[in-house]
Design a binder for this molecule. Structure first.
Ligand code: NAI
Length: 338
């Protein structure tokens, strides 16, 4: 049997964390032949639900979970960690402004970055789920300078999966037939769902591939209603469930890690927020969602795609928002250390 991969999950007793650890136990991250050593980190006041979650994990007797540890200490959570799934974050409270949210989370993710820098495996790969995910990821990366920059990612896979499901139901096919829809920019309402590269496999019949643009009767829908429905899907779910997306977010986190480690299929593009190298004119160092392909545990940005005028304008808006988030978060961290 292979050596277990050490995975740390923060916020493990929360809504998403609770779903994620069971998916991980079932082999959704690295396949059915790869054992996992799981470490769960929670705040001290959520220690009991975390312990309860572990009791349930024990009762599942998942063959792939070789070891489960719990901790409330940042110094213990990341020792030897090879994959860090950062879900725990400060939620937006009543009357809290965006600035306050960025500042509170800045502190959390700075401390986690420092702990990863000090204790984690030198090739530790990081997925940030906790919001504001892109900017939290940027902060973690800045405070873990000894880990390669390309190891820091934030999750926009849920937005991609939502886009797949919304287009699939419009056309009347299964989501798994949809490929290469792209999410650019921030995991927020300014995200830019882009169907220009989208294809539908085995449509209209087995063996055929059709461009998304050719499959909907009115392709203006793809640049208007579709974009809005994807961006507002999270809010629509809260309205119905009276809670935010949890299992679908956990499932998307598994998809993200799986494709990063195992690789994308030939011709398949997925979306991941990564630390920008300046591709597509995005300021270097921002955590920006790009179309990527993955091979041998590495992602690569798909280059050379063209944007139409509307997409260009939308991307300028999401980029501006990310620059503002970065500046606010870094300013408040600098003020805190004075
Ligand atoms: P939740 O509030 O149910 O759970 C969060 C858990 O994190 C709590 O148990 C809390 O005790 C813990 N926590 C908070 N700060 C922590 C810290 N410093 N260290 C360790 N644990 C900590 O929230 P839920 O629904 O699980 O969502 C988690 C985060 O994921 C939120 O920020 C949410 O906005 C975000 N999210 C991101 C999505 C994405 O697509 N990127 C999609 C959906 C949610």
């Amino acid at each position: 049997l292979k050596q277990p991969i050490k995975v740390t999950v923060t916020g493990a007793a929360g809504n998403i964390g609770y779903a994620f650890v069971f998916f991980a136990g079932q082999g959704r991250l690295f396949g059915q032949d790869q054992p996992i050593d799981l470490t769960l980190l929670e705040l001290p006041n959520s220690k009991r639900p975390m312990m309860g979650t572990v009791m349930e994990l024990d009762d599942c007797a998942y063959p792939l979970l070789s070891n489960i540890r719990t901790t409330t200490s940042l110094d213990e959570a990341f020792v030897g960690c090879q994959v860090a799934v950062l879900v725990g974050a400060k939620p937006r409270g009543p009357g809290m402004e965006r600035k306050d949210l960025l500042s509170e989370n800045g502190k959390i993710f700075k401390a986690q970055g420092e702990a990863i820098d000090r204790y984690a495996d030198r090739d530790c790969k990081v997925l940030v789920v906790g919001n504001p995910a892109n900017t939290n990821c940027l902060i973690v990366q800045r405070y873990a300078p000894s880990i390669p920059k390309q190891n820091f990612t934030a999750m926009t896979r849920l937005d991609q999966n939502r886009a797949d499901s919304i287009l699939a139901s419009k056309i009347g096919v299964h989501s798994r037939q949809i490929r290469n829809l792209i999410i650019w920019g921030n995991h927020s309402a300014t995200q830019v769902p882009d169907a220009s590269q989208g294809i539908i496999m085995n449509y209209p019949q087995a063996g055929m591939v059709t461009a998304a643009r050719g499959a909907v009767s009115n392709d203006k829908w793809l640049t208007t209603e579709f974009v809005e429905t994807v961006a507002k899907r999270g809010a629509a779910i809260i309205q119905m469930r009276e809670k935010s997306s949890a299992a679908s977010a956990a499932s998307a986190a598994c998809d993200h890690i799986h494709d990063w480690f195992i690789g994308t299929q030939s011709g398949q593009i997925v979306s991941m927020a990564v630390i920008s190298d300046g591709s597509y004119g995005v300021p270097e160092g921002l955590c920006f969602s790009y179309p990527v392909t993955c091979q041998n545990g590495r992602w690569q940005i798909v280059q050379g795609l063209q944007w139409d005028e509307l997409t260009k304008q939308r991307i300028a808006i999401t980029t501006k928002e990310l620059v503002e988030e970065r500046d606010l978060a870094l300013q408040s961290l600098a003020a805190n250390t004075k």
